[in-house]
Design a protein around this ligand. Structure first.
Ligand SMILES: [Zn+2]
Length: 139
């Protein structure tokens, strides 16, 4: 993004110069001779051509940044793929369930705590964040 900022700053600088020339032409229009007018107009056109080049550079840099951003977003999405199974959220390669209430309502990923079945109590997952208990059919 540093390239984009530098390129944008350069474009703004050139636009300032062009505006200066245009202002001079407007203010002194009555007093300027034809030769001076022609010279100032040529300067103005040169500045406008420069700013066009800077904008094209900025456009290319922004396009690259956008592509990179899209790629990173996709990677992030893959990394955070959650599956909903047996009333719980699971992440690939992670044996600990995530709380469905926290994930769906609060949009936070909270690991739950597993309690094995003991006597008449069935196995459960408990969330320390929202105190939600889930009794899965499996496990
Ligand atoms: Zn929770």
């Amino acid at each position: 993004m540093a390239g984009v900022l530098a390129s944008t700053a350069a474009a703004v600088g050139i636009i300032d110069k062009a505006v200066g020339i245009a202002k001079k032409l407007a203010d002194d229009s009555g007093e300027l001779d034809k030769a001076t007018l022609k010279l100032e107009l040529a300067n103005l056109m040169s500045e406008l051509a420069s700013v066009k080049m800077e904008v094209i550079t900025t456009q290319a840099l922004l396009f690259d940044a956008e592509q990179k951003n899209k790629k990173l977003e996709e990677q992030l999405k893959d990394k955070q793929t959650f599956t909903f199974n047996d009333g719980l959220y699971w992440k690939e390669g992670d044996e600990t369930a995530f709380c469905p209430k926290c994930y769906e309502v609060e949009k936070v990923q909270t690991h739950m705590i597993f309690s094995r079945a003991v006597g008449s109590y069935s196995a459960s997952w408990y969330c320390n964040n929202c105190r939600n208990s889930i009794y899965p059919k499996s496990r």
